[in-house]
Design a protein around this ligand. Structure first.
Ligand code: ATP
Ligand code: MG
Length: 552
């Protein structure tokens, strides 16, 4: 059963709009700029936009906000779709702001005709100077009073490629002393002789975000245009263009963006990490990108659980990455298949085990599998256990293996350690043990000991390369990088460590689509770098953590 919770402010607005008849059904949109890969912040935006539409029987468009040709690429367009599908969302229409270039251009000519827009020849610097400040009004451009005819001619020449980048712009003619800076004759079009990933070389003028976004929403009849808080200053202009053009009245609403501890979510900086080779690519498992966390083994379900838990607010907050990890653990605990893997091996020799005997155990795969689904685990006279599960001078409370102590080997017998063998440096190399045949599960008498440890048969063990990850950054709040420092100064040098694992043989045949649990240690997922002879696993998250979410 779904937990009862209060409506968030967006749900309140939508319920009110549906009740009052302001709209019959809702249409939201997700508007990525195809200049990078989606990250965890986008997951929040996706969950809100698609989630609200699902909840209220509406729909969501995917709209690429592709007005900036020099930074955009079809590689990103495709990756974005893949990530959205992976999260389990299906858009209604796939749209592109660039599909509206003709319409936007027509509207611009109309505005020129109405005396609402003009071509300005000022340099960027002059425009900045003449814009004024919050305290002081701006100054009109010397070109502000061109006639509509002249403006139209110049604007068409801009379109036809007569001028170089930066030589002219088209501006809305509003008010150079408006108290809101955004209204001081905002730029509508700039010249950019650049190839666009969709429109090719058709255009050498491109519309600005403010002149594009609201109209795109309006063309699609978006009812609720939901974006992050930093766009609230754009809202008045968004409304102004819609009202001036007299087109469908879409409305914009803002929520707080997601910030996570030890995490950066600016596409520009993520791109830098990729380009400088600081990470192995956009899908490096340490990256906060959706393809990165997917490769790391985070599930779409966990991400959605996380977004539901953090909710929707109007105030910026820094969320604890441990809450996300907790969600990943919750989801994987319920679904991940279990396997035994030893990472720091010490040999256990069962001295009373019959020479050459192999016993096969049917061990449960996981709680979510159909009943009786098992993997086959071989037990032989030589086993690997983890070094941490043995202690020579063990304190009383140490319930794993120790000299003259007993421990249960998971799924099988109780063994006792009789002799500790060491090399010349005093490192333990082998533990001679005996097994108690009467303690076989399902047969004999049940006898319990305090500790149970995992193990792997030496004869059947499969070698693994383990990639263990830690946080990419060492600073909890990455918005607090001091002025005299760079965010790269806070890279964690130990964010990747390569280890080795010895796995029970069934792991090599595992075909689960999600991460698996290495019993007693953590969740790991097979990496795409694996070959049949060289298995590579990424650590998703450790099995346990002292962290507990507040309301869980
Ligand atoms: P970045 O600053 O990382 O480059 P962006 O805002 O430029 O991100 P867009 O592709 O323009 O990225 O974003 C698409 C949508 O996702 C926008 O509606 C944006 O508000 C939202 N979004 C981006 N980052 C976050 C975040 N950290 N939390 C929530 N929503 C976000
Ligand atoms: Mg953006």
């Amino acid at each position: 059963m779904e937990e009862e919770r209060k409506l968030n402010f967006l749900e309140e607005i939508i319920e009110e709009d549906l009740k009052s008849g302001k709209c019959e059904s809702i249409l939201t949109r997700f508007p990525p700029e195809p200049n990078g890969y989606l990250h965890l912040g986008h997951a929040k935006s996706l969950c809100i936009n698609f989630g609200l539409a699902q909840k209220y029987g509406g729909k969501t468009n995917l709209r690429y906000d592709d007005t900036n040709p020099t930074k955009e690429d079809t590689e990103y367009v495709d990756a974005i779709k893949e990530d959205i599908k992976w999260l389990g969302f299906q858009w209604e229409k796939e749209c592109y702001a660039s599909d509206y270039f003709d319409q936007l251009y027509e509207w611009a000519e109309w505005m020129i005709g109405q005396g609402l827009a003009y071509v300005d020849d000022q340099t960027q610097e002059q425009m900045r100077e003449n814009r004024g400040t919050v305290e002081t009004p701006g100054k009109n451009s010397p070109w502000r009073d061109r006639t509509p005819e002249e403006n139209l001619k110049l604007f068409r020449e801009m379109r036809d490629g007569k001028y170089a980048d930066g030589e002219k712009v088209l501006r809305a003619k509003i008010d150079m002393s408006h108290p809101k800076m955004e209204f001081r004759d905002p730029i509508m079009y700039r010249i950019k002789h650049a190839h666009h990933h969709r429109t090719g070389d058709k255009w050498c003028i491109y519309p600005m975000y403010d002149y594009t976004h609201g109209q795109s929403d309006s063309i699609e009849h978006i009812t609720h245009s939901i974006c992050t808080l930093e766009f609230d200053v754009h809202r008045p202009l968004y409304d102004w263009y819609i009202k001036t053009l007299g087109i469908y009245p879409s409305h914009q609403y803002e929520f707080a963006r997601l910030n996570l501890t030890y995490t950066l979510m600016s596409k520009r900086k993520l791109l830098e990490l990729v380009q400088k080779g600081i990470v192995a690519g956009w899908d490096d498992p340490r990256m906060p990108t959706l393809c990165g966390v997917r490769r790391r083994g985070y599930t779409a379900e966990a991400l959605k659980m996380f977004c539901e838990k953090i909710g929707v607010s109007k105030r910026d907050q820094l969320m604890d990455i441990q809450l996300l990890e907790w969600c990943v653990r919750q989801d994987l605990n319920a679904r991940a298949r279990r396997y035994m893997v030893v990472q720091d091996p010490v040999k256990v020799k069962i001295t009373n085990w019959p020479e050459g005997l192999v016993e096969w155990y049917d061990c449960p795969l996981n709680p979510a599998e159909p009943e009786g689904a098992t993997r086959k685990v071989p037990f032989t006279g030589e086993l690997w256990i983890d070094r941490a599960d043995f202690m020579e001078d063990a304190p009383k409370k140490f319930f794993r293996l120790k000299p003259d102590g007993e421990v249960r080997l998971k799924y099988t017998y109780i063994v006792k350690c009789n002799n500790v063998i060491k090399d010349a440096e005093g490192n333990v190399t082998e533990l001679e043990c005996t097994y108690d045949p009467s303690t076989k599960p399902g047969g004999g008498e049940w006898r319990s000991v305090k500790g149970t440890i995992h193990w792997v048969s030496c004869d059947y063990a499969k070698e693994l390369e383990l990639r263990n990850y830690d946080r990419l950054f060492t600073l909890a709040d990455m918005s607090q990088v001091p002025e005299d420092k760079d965010y790269k100064d806070f890279l964690n040098p130990d964010s990747l460590s390569i280890g080795r694992g010895l796995a029970e043989p069934a792991l090599a045949d595992d075909d689960s689509a999600i991460a698996v649990q290495f019993e007693r240690t953590g969740y790991y997922i097979k990496d795409k770098d694996s070959t049949p002879d060289h298995l590579v696993f990424n650590k998703t998250v450790s099995l346990k953590d002292s962290y507990k979410p507040e309301q869980a």
